[in-house]
Structure formats: C-alpha cells, structure tokens
Design a protein around this ligand. Structure first.
Ligand SMILES: [Zn+2]
Length: 215
C-alpha cells in the first residue's frame, strides 16, 4: 500500500482480494537466503554455502569436495546468512576498487570515493563531485559485468552524460559493453532475490570505502 494510505482500506482490500494476492505472490521468485545449504553466486559461478564446525566463522572461498568452489563458514550457524552477505560485500568492494583503479588509470581520471549500496533501481552511479556508487550485488554477476559497470561509471568522471562521446569512451575501455548490458537486462533482477536488503531508497546506511583506496 502507499506510504500515506489508509490502513483500514488496505485491510479491507486484502480481505476482499486474498485469492488474487496469493496468486500474485506465488509468481514472485523465491528469496534465496545465504543459509548453509543454499547456493550463492560469486562472480557468476554457483557457490554452495557450507557450514563446518571446524571452519572459521569468517566465510572464505574454498574448493568444494565435489568439484567447483564453495563458501565455507563456521561459528554460530544462525549468523551465517549475515556473515556470508558481509563477505560478498567485501569481495564486491575489492573487485570494484581494482576495476575502478584500472579504468581510471587508463582514462587519466580519479574517483573521489567508491561506495557500495543496495539500490533496486540502479547498478551504479556517479555524482558531479566524482563519487562513484555501486550495488554490492554486482559481485554475483559474471566478472565482465562488474568490470563494465566500473568502466561505465569511471567514464562519467570525464563525461557526465550518455552522449556519443561518453559511449565511445565506454566501448574503448570495455569492448564487451553490449554483452554486459544484455546480461543485466536478462538476469540483473534475479540478483535481488539473494540475501536480505534491497533498501529501496538510497542505502545511506552503507559504509563507504575511503577515497584514497579507490584511486
Ligand atoms: Zn551512466
């Protein structure tokens, strides 16, 4: 219901249209929590989340006994979902800092800061002051997609628009731009099913990474 809506009217609506609401909810893709036994995505590849009593509480990527890789975690299993999500955020920060650094050097520009957010509507943004924002969920996409987003926002440090000159810079830094855009269009929304969050608004509670580390 709308934020300023009438609660009683909403309840009446829900009571009258229960079947319709239930049918809608069945079509919403299931949320995938980062619990032991679930399969997370890291850099585009499935990583089962495995809890072991002997493992460290801080999650780490390790080879899975059955092949492929897994996220291994120990400690109190009730805290595993939060720990795994924080771990993925840290991995996202690391990959994005590296990619922004590489593209910034190539373009001769410098970002003032890099901040991770959890916005539903955008994967990245660049302010006039040169602050770059990215969704931490990009760590779940294939590496080329994260790299493209980094290139895209770095190019805004030179061109604060989506002009032909801007896109020429992007294609120069990232020849796989079209493929990355197509991937986001086809699969981007599915990344929001994972973990908790999707703060909707702006994610201002998110901790920022300092500028010095970025450039
Ligand atoms: Zn843009």
């Amino acid at each position: 219901m709308p934020q300023r809506g009438d609660v009683r009217a909403a309840v009446r609506f829900a009571e009258a249209h229960g079947d319709w609401i239930a049918a809608r909810l069945r079509r919403v893709p299931k949320r995938i929590e980062f619990r032991p036994g679930a399969v997370a995505l890291v850099r585009g590849a499935p990583h089962p989340i495995v809890w072991q009593a002997s493992a460290r509480a801080v999650p780490a990527i390790a080879p899975h006994p059955d092949g492929g890789m897994m996220i291994l975690t120990g400690g109190d299993p009730r805290h595993a979902p939060r720990r795994v999500q924080e771990f993925l955020r840290r991995e996202a920060a690391r990959d994005l800092e590296r990619a922004v650094d590489r593209h910034s050097r190539a373009l001769g520009v410098r970002a003032r800061s890099i901040t991770l957010r959890d916005q539903r509507t955008r994967w990245g943004s660049c302010t006039a002051a040169g602050r770059l924002n990215f969704s931490w969920r990009l760590i779940m996409a294939p590496p080329e997609v994260l790299d493209y987003l980094a290139a895209h926002e770095v190019c805004h440090l030179r061109e604060m628009n989506h002009s032909e000159r801007f896109w020429a810079l992007v294609y120069n830094l990232c020849p796989g731009t079209d493929e990355a855009e197509a991937w986001l269009k086809a699969h981007g929304a599915s990344l929001h099913r994972y973990g908790v969050g999707g703060d909707g608004a702006d994610g201002d509670s998110d901790a920022g990474l300092s500028a010095g580390e970025a450039a």
